[in-house]
Design a protein around this ligand. Structure first.
Ligand code: DOR
Length: 465
């Protein structure tokens, strides 16, 4: 007598799943937003909705741990609805949003306003960073523990917006008041100020990497890593852009994790500035080929933990201002996965390693609850991709309110086809479906933990008889 089939909300049939075990052909059943069965499920499960994943690869949902969605205050550039819509169209199921909005995200009320604004408007799941600054340093441990908070983000060098903490005394106060991994934009403010005259005199965007040079990045990275080690704080260095920092960070991996962006892995100076002008302008800058080569080497050696897009939209009119008045930043959340799949196609990294950088990595280093892998009981966040699909990235496809991408016209191989957030299909056959029902991401962190989080276990003592 055959058993009565179990019923799921959604089934994904015969895709190639990228799981912690490797690539396996299997079905997935989802119920109540979670993965409830994996394996050969035909005849044993029925479902309200079935997606045929024949010929597709099924990845755990992509988590982009660095986006700027500009709401509140700068919604002519981007907002939570359009930003998350771009995310899911690009196969991203979760985002960490940055605090350099207007007002800055410094207090509980600012965080709550973002959580309220995201409700019913966000297409993917989300968490928001609190900005670390001299004004809230002593409250950061409480603030970083609030539901929906991704942690603390510090700007050591000014980039865009008014958030800045470049003074060692302030940085130490921030580092001492918190337990979670702290994210940092590491460029040395004093050196940036000193060197700005180079570009003010020339007005030449090709000199962007000369103004914000290797030492601007390296000095700040060394300074904050040393302070983090002294204070026993875990650190996440965002958008690392130089060979020299990678060499240094490789020696400090016990407490430090590392992000690179698709832009730094894909573009190189001076070509990108000659071709794109200020559309290629971002901070820290896209640099010469030797740096890009070093970032890839750092991926291969395991120094890099995550790929984040640093989606930082500005309108084309703003970008058209004469350099250096043109603001730094470019869109990226929607193109992160297509651009990285194209690198997989070109043989620069394996699909398994990409999943480690875009799903498992963020979950591991930020302590995200129930996301980042295809596993029983985990959230049914799934990104289904066609590794053979050839597509041209165009401005028309970009959902961002700023409506442009530096990759306009780029042909890529590998494309997201369906995006599923907690069992809800939000992109089907490359088109938006359903409704924006994103929720706040949950974290495992126990911020009141007494011991240093990266302390190694004590060696076992052999008892003397
Ligand atoms: O170029 C950048 N622009 N880099 C950042 O880190 C932030 C940003 C922005 O918010 O526009």
């Amino acid at each position: 007598m055959s058993a009565i089939p179990q019923h799921a909300d959604l089934m994904i049939c015969v895709g190639t799943l990228i799981t912690p075990n490797g690539a396996e052909r299997a079905d997935i059943a989802c119920r109540g937003g979670r993965i409830v069965a994996l394996g050969a499920l035909k005849g044993r499960w029925t479902a309200d909705t079935t997606i045929d994943a024949t010929g597709l690869h099924v990845l755990p949902g992509v988590i982009d741990s660095q986006v700027h969605f500009r709401e509140p205050g700068l919604t002519h550039k981007e907002d939570l609805e359009a930003g998350t819509r771009g995310a899911v169209l690009g196969g991203v199921t979760g985002v960490f949003e940055m605090p350099n909005t207007n007002p800055l995200t410094l207090w509980q009320a600012d965080l709550q306003a973002k959580l309220d604004a995201a409700k019913g408007r966000a297409w993917c799941d989300y968490a928001f960073y609190i900005g670390g600054s001299g004004v809230n340093a002593e409250q950061l441990q409480t603030l970083e523990s609030l539901p929906g908070c991704a942690g603390v983000k510090v700007f050591m060098g000014s980039s865009f917006g008014d958030l800045l903490a470049d003074d060692n005394t302030v940085l130490k106060r921030i580092l001492r008041h918190g337990r979670r991994r702290m994210a940092v934009h590491a460029e040395d403010e004093a050196r940036l100020k000193e060197r700005k005259s180079i570009v003010e005199a020339s007005g030449d965007v090709c000199q962007h990497p000369e103004w914000r040079d290797v030492d601007s990045a390296l000095l700040a990275t060394q300074r904050i890593v040393t302070m983090a080690e002294d204070t026993g704080r875990r650190l996440h260095v965002l958008h690392v852009s130089t060979a020299e920092e990678m060499q240094y960070l490789a020696r400090h991996k016990r407490c430090v994790t590392v992000e690179v962006t698709p832009h730094h892995l894909t573009m190189a100076a001076p070509e990108c500035y000659q071709r794109l002008g200020s559309l290629a302008q971002m901070n820290p800058p896209v640099r010469e080929q030797r740096h890009q080569d070093a970032l890839w080497e750092a991926i291969r050696k395991g120094v890099v933990d995550v790929i984040g897009s640093d989606h930082a939209p500005h309108t084309l009119a703003e970008k058209a201002k004469p350099y250096p008045q043109s603001p730094s930043g470019m869109t990226g959340v929607q193109t992160l996965l297509p651009v990285m799949l194209d690198h997989v196609h070109a043989g620069r990294l394996s699909l398994q390693r990409l999943v480690d950088l875009t799903s498992a990595g963020p979950a591991r280093i930020f302590g995200i609850e129930g996301k980042g892998r295809i596993a029983l009981g985990y959230d049914a966040d799934l990104t289904l991709v066609d590794l053979a699909a050839r597509r041209t990235i165009t401005n028309d496809w970009i959902a961002s309110r700023s409506s442009w991408t530096p990759y306009d016209g780029k042909v890529v191989t590998g494309w997201p086809v369906h995006t599923i957030v907690r069992g809800q299909v939000v992109v089907r056959d490359e088109a938006l479906v359903g409704a924006p029902e994103g929720q706040a991401i949950r974290f495992l962190e126990t911020p009141d933990k007494k011991t240093s989080p990266f302390e190694l276990p004590q060696p076992l003592r052999v008892k003397n008889s």
